[in-house]
Design a protein around this ligand. Structure first.
Ligand code: ARG
Length: 458
């Protein structure tokens, strides 16, 4: 393609290090679409004849059909998907193929193709995340009143509802959705027509190509357009943050599924056995989601470091932008699908969860709050009195509400028998009815709001 200036061809090493076709063949659909938009514009602007434009369009259709049927051939001598397609086009339609590259360069071509690919990847992730949200909301609705221990420092802190816990992940995923939507909006400008770096002397119509490819507008600065990969970084950043959320949820399942917890029974379809220990059922899918978060974050770091310190405009380093994005996209889609299945198909052992919530004096705060409300004791003093009650109960190995009233009154005479109603785990969660709190009533409201947002039946 650029042989005119060279006396010798590239060495084998040059060919190998230069070739991006092994991975950028994944861009073939986008490459054909962008070429179609470009040549239609060249024809409309009389830069190539209507006849040549028609021949090129028909030829591109044929190349696309071949790729669809047989895959993209991988010839390192042709470097990348752009040259592979153009060379096949030339074989099919002859010299007219050489007019396709008028008023463009591989630099604006790859920037356009890659934006189109990332845009599709965002749309796919958004679909997946919506499925995960639906699964979370469905389980949360069913378990709005299921009581479990809430933790801080992974120590039992206060009783919460499982629905509330699951809706916390719904919130995280909602922020992920908005991050991807935001990335998509910023991405949606068309670099095509920026040519190598400086624009072109041909009378092109950039609005026309932008529209044909469903972009909102053409990019404003050709130097920036061919060397900008912020859109890929925005995507990877959103992917990395999303993967961290998925990893945290996966970790909950790993803990909950372990025998000492026994909060959840994971579906067989997302578990594995052991080749040596017949009794084992391992949460491998959850562990791999946790592991994939590390790889996805690595992809983000990889592209950030690639871009750091590149002067304007295009440099070949930027060819290395694609593998981390492809890898992250693949891992993220798998992770979302695995977590959606895990949430939807797991069975929660609610009686075990409730039992655990009764351990560890989880309603101690409720005793302190009762003293504040019923006996008008300042919270700090109530906290102190409650500490003494916990110490006594712990010494006897009983729960707070199993202490005889006389013993409680010996600690503080203002305690009366109404206190016992406040000490059950049910009373504890029902009392936390502040906006966003764990009370079943609040969870039902959160779930109803989320179902509406997701377009689910009430
Ligand atoms: N394969 C190249 C890439 O992915 C296409 C752009 C090549 N441009 C160039 N000036 N050599 O970045």
């Amino acid at each position: 393609m650029w042989g005119g200036r060279f006396a010798e061809g590239p060495s084998a090493i040059m060919r190998e290090i230069n070739a991006s076709i092994p991975f950028d063949k994944a861009l073939w659909r986008q490459d054909i679409a962008a070429s179609r938009a470009h040549v239609a514009m060249l024809g409309a602007c009389d830069i190539v004849s209507g006849e040549d434009a028609e021949a090129i369009l028909a030829g591109l259709d044929q190349v696309a059909a071949e790729y669809e049927a047989n895959g993209v051939p991988e010839d390192w001598a042709l470097e990348d998907i752009h040259m592979t397609t153009e060379s096949r086009l030339a074989e099919l339609i002859g010299p007219a193929a050489g007019r396709l590259h008028t008023a463009r360069s591989r630099n604006d071509q790859v920037a356009t193709d890659f934006r189109l690919w990332v845009r599709d990847a965002i749309d796919q992730v958004m679909d997946g995340l919506q499925g995960l949200q639906r699964a979370l909301v469905t389980q949360a609705g069913e378990h709005n009143g299921s009581i479990m221990p809430g933790f801080t420092h992974l120590q039992i802190a206060q009783p919460v509802t499982l629905g509330h816990h699951l809706m916390a992940y719904y919130e995280m995923v909602s922020r992920d959705v908005s991050r991807f939507a935001d990335a998509r909006e910023r991405l949606n400008q068309c670099p095509l027509g920026s040519a190598a770096l400086a624009g072109t002397g041909f009378p092109i119509d950039r609005e026309m190509t932008a529209q044909a490819l469903d972009f909102d507008r053409p990019t404003a600065n050709s130097l920036d357009a061919v060397s900008d990969r912020d859109f890929a970084l925005d995507y990877l950043n959103a992917a990395a943050q999303c993967s961290l959320h998925l990893s945290r949820l996966a970790e909950e399942f790993v803990i909950w599924a372990s025998q000492p917890f026994g909060f959840v029974r994971m579906a067989d379809s997302l578990s594995t056995g052991s080749s040596i220990m017949p009794q084992k059922k391992n949460p491998d899918a959850a562990e791999l989601v946790r592991g994939h978060a590390g790889r996805i974050t690595g992809c983000l770091v990889s592209l950030m470091v690639t871009m750091k310190g590149l002067p304007l405009a295009y440099s070949k380093d930027m060819q290395d932008d694609k593998p981390p994005v492809f890898e992250a996209a693949n891992l993220l889609c798998l992770s979302i699908a695995a977590m959606t299945g895990m949430v939807a198909d797991s069975t929660f052992n609610t009686s075990r969860m409730r039992q655990a919530a009764e351990m560890g004096y989880a309603t101690a705060t409720d005793l302190a709050d009762w003293l504040v409300r019923q006996a008008d004791i300042p919270f700090r003093e109530a906290h102190h009195i409650t500490g003494a009650a916990v110490k006594l109960a712990e010494g006897r190995g009983v729960a707070l509400d199993q202490l005889p009233l006389a013993d409680l009154q010996a600690i503080d005479s203002r305690i009366d028998d109404r206190v016992f109603a406040a000490l059950s785990v049910e009373a504890s969660v029902a009392a936390r009815n502040s906006y966003g709190g764990t009370a079943p009533e609040q969870v039902r409201k959160q779930v109803a709001g989320a179902r509406k947002t997701l377009g689910m039946e009430p």
